[in-house]
Design a protein. Structure first.
Length: 722
């Protein structure tokens, strides 16, 4: 065992030597090298900008500013920081380090800057547990080998609970969320940080006193640094700055309780950390986000977040790119937050931090108006019921299929679902009740004979561990809106008694739809043509070059052209669009605009096919003409210019026009990344009006007119060439 300890000590000394050997010496006597842990939230961790923040870091920086010295921060990890101080490579360390008698033998500590401890937490809606006595007969969780686990073991007989141990925080917090345990114990600052970042829990009671944290220097050295730290810490506590720093990262029992005083307390203003927050959202999910008659995005989600930004004084920029696109934008750091009628569930909580719930949804059965044969779930026996794929409605229908004896039919989009029940393809459908209510108010001939089922809760989301202040600002504003009644006013604009407010214009006929939406439809058509024209022009250049490469006498050029064509044609265009817009943007760290990503996708796809058109056109010219020209002394380049290409171009032109028509149709695929071309424009109108048959008929006619004109042009060009 002694040899093993000697090996570890030797390894640590070697690591510290290499970690610090290449560091330049301090340029000034007032610059101190301070070690810290790599990650110990909320005391030290990296934010979304890869900057080290946390209670320890913010306190140290504030003290350094107050006392007039500079900090050279070295985030090496806890053990390496200990070795660094002992080997004189560091002047001090701050890393949530407990002050113990054993450590005092090798280190001098500052005054305690944080009194740690353990505390109990329960689910936010739990009103049964308020003291330890309420734990009798219940199961309580803790992490293995922690101070919390030891506390629970020592008091198990006293309070009569059973203990369940977990390996990590995710398992522990998940257990209290899903009801596996009634309460949990953990270090209270860690619990407080988790709650302030959206964990759906609240602290109960006062913390059990634990060890105090201190700033450390090597025994007998850097006493002036220790004195400066103590003086600065005293000043921060006197000015209130200390409490402000701690409150930034840790939610207290008072701030997370559900006491009656919450409803009357004033809104807390939170300091934004960015000039503008990018918010991703769905493009068509009425009444939560949709375009109104003036082509402006409105809805419960839009209005709530816009009002929250006004109340808290931060700026937002919406990007309405669809639900899946919004999720990927959030994952790829192209968005700071997402609001899109997003249900809060355990699986999503692994990747996202959620706000307090801003809407309690529910699901409901709807049938065609006048259908009196269905009045309860039992009446669905032998009938077909529709739902959207992957929704809460689909899950409910699957769970009760055997019980009520119906069959399920799945649809990808709401317009398909509603059209199916109106057209009689299915007997009933199930969807979120506010969406059904909105559809009814917009002219859908539906009725809801069965009471709604209680559904999930919607939340505003940020990426796990990022932009916690954005969640705090939304939560504070949401509480204030609920207190003043403004929340009910916003929701009431769109939902009343299960249905939305009445529409302002008649859009139940083709004439009404065209009259109210012709401007936005023409704009969508223009975007479609612009996408096709720009991408096709670029694709022509690239495709012709690659086509010439494919017939060049140089083997390397032929191989390169062949590989390019095989790769691009082998990747589905939708996958290519997702990769360029989300994957490539994340890889290079620069957000590629959706329109630019669409142009790149269409260009790459079309260029591969144009290269093959060029190769085929050149190969169609009899090879004897090339041989005869070369025998007369003309160079390869001259032969291509004067003899082969003029004939090949005549063959290619009709195919080029045909490829442009294909590119024009392919623009519909680009709508998946949020480009508002003609088809996406139609989807947005359907989301508001629910008139899928008429809207898609109008869109289809517009495509038909444009493509027919292009086809006629191709035939005219073909005749002229002949």
């Amino acid at each position: 065992m002694k040899r093993k300890h000697m090996f570890y000590a030797l390894f640590s000394m070697i690591f510290c030597f290499f970690a610090f050997a290449n560091k330049p010496a301090s340029a000034a006597e007032t610059t101190y090298k301070i070690g810290t842990d790599l990650t110990f939230a909320p005391f030290e961790f990296q934010n979304e900008k890869n900057e080290y923040v946390g209670i320890d870091i913010d306190l140290l920086n504030a003290i350094a500013k107050d006392q007039g010295f500079a900090v050279d921060l070295r985030p090496l990890g806890f053990d390496s920081s200990l070795q660094g101080v002992q080997s004189n490579q560091l002047d001090g360390m701050i890393a949530g380090m407990s002050i113990t008698d054993e450590r005092k033998e090798n280190f001098d500590f500052s005054d305690p800057y944080f009194d740690s401890g353990i505390q109990m937490a329960v689910a936010k809606d739990n009103q049964d547990i308020k003291t330890y006595e309420d734990l009798k007969g219940k199961t309580v969780g803790a992490k293995v080998g922690t101070e919390s686990a030891r506390f629970l073991e020592n008091n198990q007989e006293k309070y009569g609970y059973s203990v369940k141990n977990y390996d990590d925080a995710s398992g522990l917090y998940g257990a209290v969320r899903n009801g596996t345990v009634a309460a949990i114990f953990d270090d209270y600052p860690v619990l407080g940080y988790a709650i302030s970042n959206g964990e759906d829990m609240k602290l109960v009671g006062e913390p059990e006193k634990g060890a105090s944290y201190g700033f450390a220097v090597k025994k007998g050295q850097n006493q002036e640094l220790l004195a400066k730290f103590n003086a600065g810490l005293k000043e921060l506590k006197a000015s209130g700055k200390y409490d402000e720093i701690v409150a930034t990262y840790i939610a207290s029992s008072e701030s997370t309780s559900d006491s009656a005083s919450d409803s009357s307390s004033e809104m807390v203003k939170v300091e934004p950390k960015k000039d503008v927050y990018r918010i991703a959202s769905d493009s068509a999910f009425a009444p939560f986000e949709f375009q109104n008659e003036d082509n402006e995005y409105v809805g419960i989600d839009v209005d709530l977040l816009t009002r929250a930004a006004e109340m808290q004084g931060f700026n937002i920029k919406f990007n309405f790119i669809g639900f899946s696109g919004a999720l990927q934008a959030l994952d790829g750091n192209q968005a700071d937050g997402m609001i899109a009628g997003m249900s809060i569930n355990d699986e999503r909580k692994k990747a996202y931090d959620f706000s307090d719930s801003y809407f309690e949804s529910g699901i409901q059965i709807a049938v065609k108006e006048g259908n009196d044969s269905i009045k309860s779930y039992k009446d669905l026996k032998g009938k077909t019921v529709g739902a959207k794929v992957g929704t809460e409605s689909a899950d409910f229908l699957i769970a009760n299929e055997d019980k009520y004896g119906y069959t399920i039919k799945y649809y990808d989009a709401a317009d398909q679902l509603y059209a199916a029940v109106s057209g009689g393809q299915i007997d009933a459908m199930m969807d979120d009740y506010p969406v059904i209510g909105y559809a009814i108010s917009q002219g859908q001939k539906l009725s809801t004979p069965i009471e709604k089922e209680v559904g999930g809760q919607y939340g505003f989301a940020v990426k796990k561990g990022q932009n916690p202040e954005l969640i705090q600002m939304f939560n504070e504003a949401l509480k204030e809106m609920k207190r003043t009644g403004e929340y009910d006013e916003i929701v009431g604009r769109y939902i009343k008694d299960g249905s939305a407010t009445e529409k302002k214009a008649d859009e139940s006929t083709i004439t009404g739809l065209i009259k109210n939406n012709y401007k936005v439809l023409l704009k969508g058509l223009w975007n479609t043509l612009l996408l096709a024209l720009i991408s096709f022009a670029l694709a022509l250049i690239i495709g012709i070059i690659l086509g010439l490469f494919s017939v060049a006498p140089i083997r390397a050029l032929r191989i390169f052209a062949g590989i390019y064509v095989d790769i691009i044609r082998g990747i589905p265009m939708m996958v290519l669009a997702f990769f360029i817009f989300f994957g490539l943007s994340d890889a290079i760290g620069i957000t590629i605009p959706d329109f630019a990503a669409g142009v790149i996708t269409l260009t790459l796809n079309a260029s591969a096919y144009i290269a093959e058109i060029v190769r085929g056109g050149i190969k169609a010219v009899p090879v004897g003409q090339m041989e005869a020209s070369r025998s007369l002394g003309l160079t390869y380049t001259r032969t291509m210019q004067k003899i082969v290409l003029p004939q090949a171009i005549r063959i290619m032109i009709p195919s080029f026009v045909n490829q442009f028509v294909i590119s024009l149709k392919d623009t519909t695929i680009i709508s998946v990344i949020g480009v508002v071309e003609l088809l996406q424009t139609g989807k947005i109108i359907v989301a508001r009006t629910t008139q899928s048959t008429y809207v898609y008929l109008i869109v289809a006619v517009m495509y038909l007119v444009v493509i027919t004109a292009l086809t006629k042009l191709a035939k005219v060009l073909e005749k002229k060439v002949k």
